[in-house]
Write a new protein. Structure first.
Lengths: 337, 337
DNA sequence: TTGTAGGCGTTATCAA
DNA sequence: TTGATAACGCCTACAA
């Protein structure tokens, strides 16, 4: 049926050893033999059986990523871009990417990690949307499973990660808003157990401090990082007796929701209300008004994470361990008009 | 290191054969033995090595799906929902889902299919966004690889699929627009080689015919099914000397772009211009004005496709072969105000 | 430079 | 009801 290495060997009157070594580029194979092997393999359409190779090598050549999806209709451009980056880089490195979705912190999420680890389905994991204290980090570290993360955690384990300095970003954003004349600045965040919420919120507070503006708890609300969440919390803030004149949001999706809430109230975003987000998704650029945001190179980060993880898995020299990037403030019409 | 079936057998003083059969639920194992085996396996934390099993059984217990992504920043809620459905159902059936992204019709896409087929990485494929004549169908059919599709093609091969009747949907939509008083109705479609474009466009034309409205080629434009594409083509149509008063769009994303173009021109969508889409993504419901759309149950369709494919793979009786659904017209403010 | 042989962890065949 | 044994396809020490 399908062509195996044995068929190729037989057709060439060689041993499977020689064929295997020729194909794998060992240098103890005669140049002429190698060429014959390559030609025949191609002609017969031979493709190594990955499963057999995996069993022999005791590696799966597969990376795992579990998407933190709360609902089936979950949709965040951040993840589309992130997954695209993971997929492209793994493919380029001749690895596979195994994906599943699970609601964060649920039992079902834990079950998937366990299944993949114990069934040796993957050689390592990419994690993101980290919790301040993250059971995944503990579980993987204790089981000696390689992993890398986007954002870090407070857990007392050594691991490699990329982080984008949300605190510094928000400090810069607040300075920008203050410069545009705002003093009453609101903040719509995400769940408090998220690393990114902690650092971005810290940036918000530092930014206020820097400008000598008093922190007003009423101007801060917790959303769920979706459009709908931004819309809800946006309405709340805008319906205050003394509403903010600017709202900084934990991510672009939230900001999009806030913009909608504002427009529904007849406010002209950019004039009557400034709104800013974080991520730099494509939609932020295209909406009306274009959204001021702290952009991070999601696609490239994903690719880089894969490379870091593969270095760790292969035991190669690890070139990058803890990468810190700064988001880029893109000032657009939602705050500058 | 990790526990194998051999360890369990040794601990119980049984042969690995018996352990294997006990665990797999064969009925020629003494009830008492079976219980001992189960208890010990659990105690020792034994999890079968999936790779070894795959090699032996010559099956991968994995389904493949290649996401048609044109750019790294590609992001369409349709696919988020579709992939979520695929992932949930495969997981529930104890299968894995292998995902990659590739630009449609590119050489790189073909390479992935070949690699997965020849490397026996997957037991079957789910396809969507079908081309009228689709090389994937031909390739898989000729290689006897099981697959199911969302939408069908014109290829002369037998295969199982689910389709949503876009033609009937657009006929209904056009009737609605006509009833709202529109006579000058535009259409923004997708690439002409797509099945869904062919059928939805056919519905548009039939709808015009039914209302006795002459077909005006200038009112039809080809987009690329993205927000940005909708925005571009929307501007084009709206800048005509005699612009349409209603625009039917091939999908929601396109419609969202058209709405933005209209709003930029100061048009009040729902009053000055009617706009409608197709898909029923969440955002369509939340935008302002809410978007009239032809909704299809994307998540459920994905799950159903997986079940159909697994029936085909397992050789079970196939309960569903060619499923035809009708989209549901959701009339909202973008056309009814 | 090439070949022989053993084994990765399962499952399936056959015999006991 | 249980066990010995042979694959599945590949890689790699070791021998030739």
């Amino acid at each position: 049926m399908t062509v195996t290495i044995r068929d190729v060997a037989k057709a060439l009157n060689l041993s499977i050893t020689t064929v295997s070594r020729a194909l794998d580029g060992y240098d103890d194979v005669a140049e002429e033999t190698r060429e014959r092997v390559f030609r025949m393999a191609k002609e017969m359409g031979y493709v190594p059986n990955r499963v057999a190779r995996q069993l022999r090598r005791q590696r799966s050549d597969t990376l795992g990523y579990i998407l933190p999806a709360h609902t089936p209709r979950f949709s965040d451009p951040f993840y589309s871009e992130f997954v695209a980056g993971l997929g492209d880089e793994t493919a380029e490195q001749n690895f596979d990417l195994l994906i599943s979705t699970a609601a964060p912190k649920e039992e079902s999420e834990r079950v998937i990690y366990q299944k993949w680890v114990q069934g040796r389905r993957v050689d390592g994991f990419i994690l993101n949307r980290m919790l301040l204290q993250d059971w995944r980090v503990q579980y993987l570290a204790e089981n000696n499973v390689p992993f890398v993360t986007f954002e870090r955690t407070l857990d007392p384990f050594e691991f490699n990660f990329i982080e984008v300095d949300g605190q510094a970003g928000f400090v810069e954003l607040l300075a920008h808003l203050v410069e545009m004349g705002h003093r009453r600045i609101g903040y719509v965040g995400g769940p408090s157990y998220l690393t990114l919420q902690a650092s971005r919120f810290a940036g918000y507070r530092t930014g206020l401090l820097n400008a000598g503006i008093e922190f007003v708890p009423e101007l801060v609300a917790e959303g769920n990082m979706t459009r709908a969440g931004g819309y809800q919390t946006g309405k709340m803030l805008l319906d205050l007796p003394e509403p903010p004149t600017a709202i900084a949001c934990v991510n672009d999706l939230t900001a999009i929701g806030v913009v909608r809430a504002a427009q529904e109230r007849g406010l002209k975003v950019g004039h009557d209300l400034a709104v800013a987000g974080f991520d730099g998704i494509e939609e932020a650029e295209q909406m009306n008004p274009a959204l001021t945001t702290l952009a991070q190179p999601i696609y490239d980060i994903a690719r880089r994470l894969v490379r870091m993880l593969l270095q760790e898995i292969s035991g190669d020299e690890i070139l990058e361990r803890r990468v810190r990037l700064k988001p880029k403030l893109l000032m657009r019409n939602s705050t500058t008009h």
